[in-house]
Design a protein around this ligand. Structure first.
Ligand code: SF4
Length: 121
């Protein structure tokens, strides 16, 4: 089996050809080793970092930007996004705060990527 992919590990976007033959996966078209890693992973166990935002109560902003602490399986993105949409947190929120410890059973945390201070009213 042969698959054509665009490497997303850097802005060069090299066009990769991944060939799967039995247990062997070979990648060509990559300019650097990261492309080979990406191509192999993409056809065997694709993963992604997910970025989104979580609602904040009592904060200077209504939302705080968040991301997964590590790659998650691509087929879990929808479940993780649904859990993030249901999530609320209270201000203050600081970069690195864990807002969901185990997103959709992936074992991956959802962490804040900016600060949102509390509004005194
Ligand atoms: S193969 Fe290397 S140079 Fe090409 S897009 Fe991927 S990371 Fe960038």
């Amino acid at each position: 089996m042969k698959q054509e992919l665009t490497c997303i590990r850097c802005p060069m976007g090299c066009q990769l050809t991944v060939e799967i033959s039995g247990d062997s996966v070979t990648v060509s078209g990559n300019t650097c080793p990261r492309g080979a890693d990406y191509g192999k992973k993409e056809v065997t166990a694709p993963t992604r970092i997910v970025t989104s935002s979580v609602k904040v109560r009592g904060g200077e902003l209504p939302l705080v930007s968040v991301k997964t602490a590590s790659d998650i399986p691509k087929d879990k993105i929808f479940d993780v996004m649904a859990e993030i949409r249901r999530c609320y947190t209270d201000a203050p929120v600081y970069v690195g705060d864990i807002l969901i410890a185990d997103a959709a059973g992936t074992g991956c945390a959802i962490v804040a990527t900016r600060n949102v201070e509390r509004v005194n009213s």
